[in-house]
Design a protein around this ligand. Structure first.
Ligand code: DX5
Ligand code: ZN
Length: 221
């Protein structure tokens, strides 16, 4: 399976989002990465639940990849209309009972994913591998685009891949944060399956969107 792309919409042209999503859809991009922040778990706010819901409007084939950087994320599921085909990542560090939250995502026929921040040991995911579609490995500290990669991110990715392989479970790995032109190939080699592409690649202004998407797929095939 080829590496899958999930461009980070918080890095897109925020005054032309409908067109941006249509363009990505037409380019055959698998996911749209939607960062939702509560200004408590992370000191930032991006889109409200109504916007997260509205992103579905232009979508024909592309799917929502919703990354909820908020405490007790289940409180937002109804307003976001979480449902079939959605990829939903919730933070291990932000849930009182992550197992219950993941089960709730599954009950809504969406794909549950556990996200871990750079200071959380990768071994933490062991207790979730039976319940998740993917692990979201944060390769920056959550909350802002344009940050440098967090220390030891590549080692953590490689270790996470070993853990998933040893488990024998069919769990994907998504990387999020500074997935740059220079690093995305190495991330693929170290086990990443889904790539959150933001200001350090697809939305980095080096290339027009169409060229950037084609180049990215070349680097992570
Ligand atoms: C950070 C966000 C990322 C970010 C990626 O909390 O989750 O999705 O937008 O953008 P860059 O490529 O700038 O790190
Ligand atoms: Zn994200």
């Amino acid at each position: 399976m080829r590496g899958m792309l999930s461009p980070s919409v918080m890095c897109a042209d925020l005054l032309n989002l409908y067109d941006e999503i249509e363009k990505l859809d037409k380019l055959g991009v698998e996911y749209l990465h939607i960062d939702f922040m509560d200004n408590k778990f992370v000191p930032n706010i991006t889109f409200d639940t109504n916007m997260v819901k509205s992103f579905k409007k232009p979508m024909k084939n592309i799917k929502r990849d919703i990354h909820i950087m908020a405490f007790e994320p289940q409180q937002f599921f109804d307003k976001m209309e979480i449902g079939e085909d959605d990829l939903v990542s919730v933070h291990y560090e932000a849930c009182e009972n992550p197992h219950e939250v993941l089960a709730e995502i599954k009950n809504r026929k969406a794909k549950p994913c556990i996200a871990i921040s750079p200071d959380t040991p990768v071994e933490t995911v062991n207790e979730f591998l039976d319940e998740v579609y993917a692990v979201l490995l944060m390769t920056v500290y959550p909350g802002f685009a344009g940050q440098p990669m967090a220390p030891k991110s590549m080692e953590r990715l490689s270790k996470l891949k070993d853990i998933v392989n040893e488990s024998g479970k069919d769990v994907l790995i998504e990387v999020d944060g500074h997935v740059s032109w220079d690093h995305c190939g190495e991330m693929r080699a170290n086990g990443a399956d889904i790539f959150v592409a933001g200001s350090s690649s697809v939305y980095g202004k080096d290339y027009p969107l169409e060229t950037a998407v084609k180049k990215f797929y070349e680097l992570v095939k």
